[in-house]
Design a protein around this ligand. Sequence first.
Ligand code: ADP
Ligand code: ZN
Length: 729
Amino acid sequence: MRVLLPIPLDGAGGGAYDYRVPVGTPLPEPGSFVAVPLGGRELLGVVWDGEPDAGLAEGRLRDILGVLPAPPMRESLRRFVEWVSAYTLAPPGAVLRMAMSVPAALEPAGQQAGWKLSAAGELAQGGAPGYRLTPQRRRVLDVMEPGEPRAGADIADEAEVSTGVLRGLADQGLIEPALLPRPRSFARPDPDHPGPSLAEEQETAAAGLRASVATRAFGVTLLAGVTGSGKTEVYLDAVAECLRQGRQALVLLPEIALSSQWLDRFKERFGCAPAIWHSELSGRLRRATWRAVADGEAPVLVGARSALFLPFPDLGLIIVDEEHETAFKQEDGVIYHARDMAVVRARMAGATCVLVSATPSLETLTNAEQGRYAAQNLPRRHGSAGLPEVTVLDLRKVPPERGRFISPPLIEAITETLARGEQAMLFLNRRGYAPMTLCRACGHRIRCPNCTAWLVEHRAQRRLQCHHCGHAEPIPPHCPECGAEGSLTAIGPGVERVQEEASVLFPDARRLVMASDTIPGPAAAAEAARMIQDREVDLLIGTQIVAKGWHFAHLTLVGVVDADLGLAGGDLRAAERTVQLLHQVSGRAGRAESPGRVLLQSWNPDHPVMQALVSGNLEAFMAEEAEARRPGGWPPFGRLAALIVSSEDERAADRVARDLGLAAPGGEGVQVLGPAPAPLSMLRGRHRRRLLLKARRDVAVQPLLREWLSRVEVPNAVRVQVDVDPVSF
Ligand code: ADP
Ligand code: ZN
């Protein structure tokens, strides 16, 4: 019997092994979860289709250890795992691992034993004297709540200790065994809960989506519409239709941690919250959610990209909100784009897939134009709100004061806005205080020891940080190169610095900085959103986390501190991405009664990106983008795959890159560019080289890639990653 194990093994089997079913055990059906021995370990795997390897004598096979009492993995998910593996060239076992992210969910669903604090434990937790606690035991007590039993594995996980520490605490009499309550069941959203009545254009779009869901067959629709046009209400209506059909719906959001407002709207529409899936879920909730999805008890799930690999038995609808977002691309491990894989998953499930955006990607627009996707469009904002007026501030003509970053006209606009009692927002897509530290004496710039990147000053923490590898060091007292005292200078702004400037310019405004440093999780994000909505904030200063999704009714001015920021570098997609991001940010202004205004500070006011944002004619901009890419056969008019060669040993990386270059495939409609230094030529201490394979659309690139890779020997010290459809090129 073939069993696929969730391990990332390259090579022929890709994680599939053959086992024997002991005499007397009924043959488990394909998809069953089984425990098997591998080497000295015991692993969980999935019974896979296909015959065992004929070369292996039956007698030499090892027995499976047992079949788990869990719903077998459905055929549609098994085919999806295989498809993703074949498309991305990741080993099937690596993809299966994503679909088995909670093997412990396969425990029998009955009541389980856990631990709770004893009476003495509660005293010790409260700091009562007389209890001797190691730091590890202290941490365990700190993560426990009086009267709330928890699973041992969860406690150990959260306190970062081994389960042995729990036994020690039990011996000490501070915790005691307790039965865990059954996992909380998931509420059933009510499709007939009264929702808002849709405006005419919304209703047309919604009817299209409902009709597609009602076919119970595969189809993709692009739901485009300006910011604030009410796309969410429209697709929630499709979710309701899916529920009426008795099937499950999946909503993918790019930043689930920042989606408190979205969840509120869902609750308003359906009377209860959906199931949620993301990487930060606690172990127990994670297992309960996985199980509820598998048992069909979670009719609607909203999640991050990894939710695509959950075991939905009957998926009828997948929504990809903000489909253009690069957050949907997973860049390590299995490299895949969740938007594209959502379409595939929908096809295998016989489901409708809806791609939602105010600024659809060129890929999706092209698919819609060529008739592969249906399209619905909402051209106007909901209610009386109009689109904000966008103006470029030419920094050559109205420069900020020396050492400042907010120009006089922007200062004036903010002052006026605040005087009217409205809210303003300053947007800068850069965390920290300054992106670079320069020595004025010798010209030295402080770079990351592990990456081709400058260290970013985080003044509040008095540290320099690398935003790529996480390296951090204290701000040095003098130049590390020439030793000069007091010569180090912060160059350029980050949001912290903009906040510092704003505190001088608008001392009376109540300011809030929203960046991942100040908003560490969903609770903080929800609280920030509440404060803004309740007008406890006058001036919001933020990175890209303020750009998308939010609806702040009193926010009428958006100032973009550096509109040129995304345009540097050689990436062919830089313009498209900058337009998308700045359009999203602009879309935060004037969403209710009062009209909105957007000011873009730029040194390149004539750049097509600025012109597109000013005119609001994104269609024309995207059409020009398309025309720029078509002749060269760049995506979406051709196929692209990147090979990233990396090693700590620079010469080894170069050698493999050169060999790959020499072994490059050729032929009709195929071209290989490189090797060349990858966009980050050094990352986490590894030297990186890149080769790009460009092919006509009718060329299947996977067989070419496979053949190509098989022709080059790669030593252990070198890694070659395959990135099919890279997002930057
Ligand atoms: P989008 O997702 O297109 O940016 P939203 O769905 O966030 O737009 O809608 C913008 C605002 O308009 C939200 O506050 C939403 O609650 C409101 N809205 C949208 N459609 C309706 C409707 N049919 N009735 C009442 N309010 C609506
Ligand atoms: Zn680094």
